[in-house]
Design a protein around this ligand. Structure first.
Ligand code: ADP
Ligand code: MG
Length: 691
């Protein structure tokens, strides 16, 4: 029997169990070997009660000293157990008479469970337990106990038995090792066979702590292989994309010159450099795949416009997509102001446009009369047809995953040629992470802010001191002639509640600040209403804008100098940085007040501190990564690639440079290993396959 044999060849697997295994994506014996434990329990030794620490899971053994039923809010059975080194309370909320009878004073027990801090002493709630006889030595487990991702009707024990069978086959048979032996040697990493057997059935000598931390060489080897497989699949995708044709766009640049000549500022060196990088891509007969990262306020929009005009001048259409209605509306304003004087027509497609307007805009696009379309996701609905789409620009979509990139490309394909793609984000992705998650993209960084900006001064204030915050708003808006945002957030995802909170806050602020013209925007307003409020705020008619987080990205009103964020402790770092980026955009220095509600959690404290300490988006991104982990930062689902089985981008980040080097070596010297390696780790989910 070989490792590629179906799982039904193992003992104890009938069609029903096979069905459940299939749910976990397991079909053949080798799949089972790569179904890796996500954690371990240590049942190999008995821990003295006196040495227990809260939070750990442990086996203990001792004698019941007292056993009582407590009638409180919830009836519970409490057993105090002691082993000479200390005492611990076992707490049961569900128990029957026979269990109670079995847990009498004087009984010896062995328990396994999580240790928690209780009111009087350490506790285990509903531990696994078993009576033991004082005179018989009950053996402990020989290996650390692996815990597998499981599914309903498939218990850990069953999975362990099956893996055990698979391991026996592994020891007899051969599993293909795609990592070159010389590399493993220089890195001191085990062979695949050794690694698999060590992670599924760690030997008693295995350093437990290493394994629990995911730092055992066997785990590192598998993590390296997994990261390599993902990286290779993105490299392959990139390669495939490069096989497509795209229209080479290299006009003289007349339109762009006109745009730049009309700007009230000159471009920064960083903006110019990135524009050149984009031009070089656009001139090639293959699709550009470029990610432009630039901190909030670094001036990405005008870079996008400069790219767009190249395409337009070459006779192609451009689509500019924004993640929110509000941002799309702002782009519409900016782009019309820039493009209409050049004699160009703009189409506008939002989810909320009226039927007539929509039809007109669709016609403009299909006939090729509109040079540029601005909109939200509505741009990529089926009935939207472009005449000659040459460039797609996606703004502020750091969570724009591989799938979406592919879907976009399909949308614009025409006579075997696909449009160029430019993705802009203000949420910088730390370099190592970008290398892994965006290995199919080239990247440019606008690493300079326009001159004259001063860092936004940031303070955190408890919401008990709301009056002071209101006074600050008065000072900025009335005395200094500036404008301010007041952002209402709620932990509930419900948009309705958010909007309600914003309405209430706006009413309260209107009472407290009768001399101020206050506007309100939230997600439930109609597109035209939102736009009207934003336009009045931008024109300075409204001095204070109360808003939900709809203004999170992109909104640009240079005269606004003060940002108040309520319940700031509940928002993520990246989101807070984005919101704060709405001020300090002009020559006026900005400030940001983070209002929080006590008590602050550790995480909340760390986030507010990070924001107070730095204005640098890359530094914030780095701390965000450390606080939340890469899955959250990139958005696991959208990013597609981060469903990692054993690797952990944060923990294993020192492996990433090695991954890139190794990928190159494999492609050059062992190209035959690439496909099976990707198949092994990405399997059916190999969604990047057919481009
Ligand atoms: P973001 O990178 O956050 O999208 P924007 O493109 O909205 O930034 O630009 C922020 C503000 O800076 C806008 O008001 C824009 O007009 C202005 N701006 C852009 N480039 C420059 C520059 N080179 N010099 C001065 N101001 C600039
Ligand atoms: Mg922007």
């Amino acid at each position: 029997m070989t490792l590629s044999a179906p799982l039904t060849t193992l003992k104890g697997i009938g069609p029903r169990v096979a069905g459940r295994l299939e749910k976990l994506g397991l079909r053949c014996v080798e799949d089972l070997l790569f179904h890796l434990p996500y954690r371990y329990q240590d049942r190999t030794r008995i821990v003295p009660i006196g040495a227990l620490r809260p939070g750990e899971e442990a086996v203990i053994e001792g004698e019941i000293q007292a056993s009582d039923i407590k009638f409180g809010k919830r009836r519970s059975l409490l057993c105090r157990i002691s082993d000479g080194s200390g005492s611990l309370l076992l707490r049961f909320f569900h128990f029957n008479a026979s269990q109670q009878a079995a847990l009498q004073r004087g009984t010896r027990l062995r328990c396994y469970g999580e240790v928690r801090r209780g009111p009087a002493m350490l506790e285990m709630v509903h531990p696994e337990y078993r009576r033991i006889d004082e005179h018989v030595l009950a053996p402990v487990e020989e290996h650390l106990t692996p815990i597998y991702p499981a599914t309903e009707g498939l218990a850990q024990k069953r999975l362990r038995q099956l893996v055990q069978q698979a391991l026996e086959l592994l020891r007899q048979g051969e599993v293909a090792d795609y990592l070159p032996g010389e590399l493993l040697q220089t890195q001191g990493l085990p062979s695949l066979q050794q690694a698999l057997s060590a992670v599924h059935q760690p030997s008693p000598e295995t350093p437990v702590a290493e394994l629990l931390e995911g730092e055992h060489p066997a785990q590192r080897r598998l993590a390296l292989e997994e990261l390599l497989a993902h990286h290779l699949s993105l490299r392959q995708l990139r390669h495939k994309v490069q096989q497509h044709a795209a229209p080479p766009l290299r006009p003289p640049g007349r339109l762009r010159q006109q745009l730049i000549a009309g700007l009230p500022f000159s471009l920064t060196a960083a903006q110019q450099r990135v524009i050149e990088e984009i031009d070089a891509d656009l001139a090639r007969p293959h699709p550009m795949q470029r990610l432009v990262q630039g901190d909030v306020g670094s001036g990405k929009t005008v870079v996008a416009a400069a790219a767009a005009l190249q395409a337009v001048e070459a006779g192609y259409q451009v689509a500019v997509m924004a993640p929110t209605e509000l941002l799309a509306e702002q782009h519409r304003r900016n782009f019309s102001a820039w493009l209409e004087p050049l004699g160009l027509t703009l189409a506008w497609l939002s989810g909320k446009s009226g039927a007539k307007q929509r039809r007109e805009n669709l016609e403009l696009l299909a006939a090729g009369e509109a040079a540029l379309a601005v909109g939200t996701h509505a741009l990529f609905q089926e009935e939207v047809v472009f005449d000659r789409l040459g460039l797609v620009i996606v703004d502020e979509q750091h969570r724009f995953g591989v799938h979406q990139r592919l879907a976009l490309r399909e949308k614009g394909s025409h006579n075997g040629s696909v449009p160029h793609q430019l993705i802009m984000t203000a949420t910088p992705i730390p370099r190592t992470l970008a290398m892994t998650a965006y290995a199919d993209l080239d990247s440019s960084v606008i690493d300079e802010l326009p001159p004259g900006r001063t860092p936004v001064e940031t303070v955190a204030i408890s919401d008990a001191r709301r009056d002071q915050v209101v006074a600050r708003v008065r000072r900025a808006c009335v005395d200094e002639g500036r404008q301010a945002y007041w952002v209402c957030t709620l932990i509930e995802e419900s948009e309705a509640l958010q909007c309600q909170a914003a309405e209430e806050t706006a009413a309260l602020l209107a009472e407290a600040l009768p001399e101020l013209a206050i506007g309100l925007v939230h997600g439930r307003l109609k597109s035209a209403e939102k736009e009207a409020v934003m336009a009045r705020f931008k024109a300075g008619e409204l001095r204070l804008l109360v808003a939900t987080t709809v203004i999170e990205v992109g909104v640009d009103v240079p005269n606004a100098s003060l940002m108040i964020i309520e319940n700031a402790e509940r928002l993520g770092l990246a989101q807070l940085h984005q919101l704060r980026g709405r001020v300090g955009r002009g020559r006026v220095s900005g400030s940001c007040v983070l209002m929080y509600h006590k008590p602050l959690s550790q995480q909340g404290k760390a986030r507010l501190a990070a924001l107070r300490e730095t204005n640098d988006g890359f530094e914030i991104a780095r701390r965000d990564l450390a606080l939340r982990g890469p899955g959250e930062v990139l958005g696991t689902r959208q990013s597609g690639m981060l469903q990692l089985r054993i690797a952990d981008l944060e923990r294993d980040r020192d492996l990433l440079p090695e991954v890139a080097r190794l990928a190159t070596a494999l492609l050059q010297r062992w190209p035959q290993h690439v496909a099976p390696l990707i198949q092994r780790w990405l399997g059916d989910s190999q969604r990047y396959g057919d481009v």
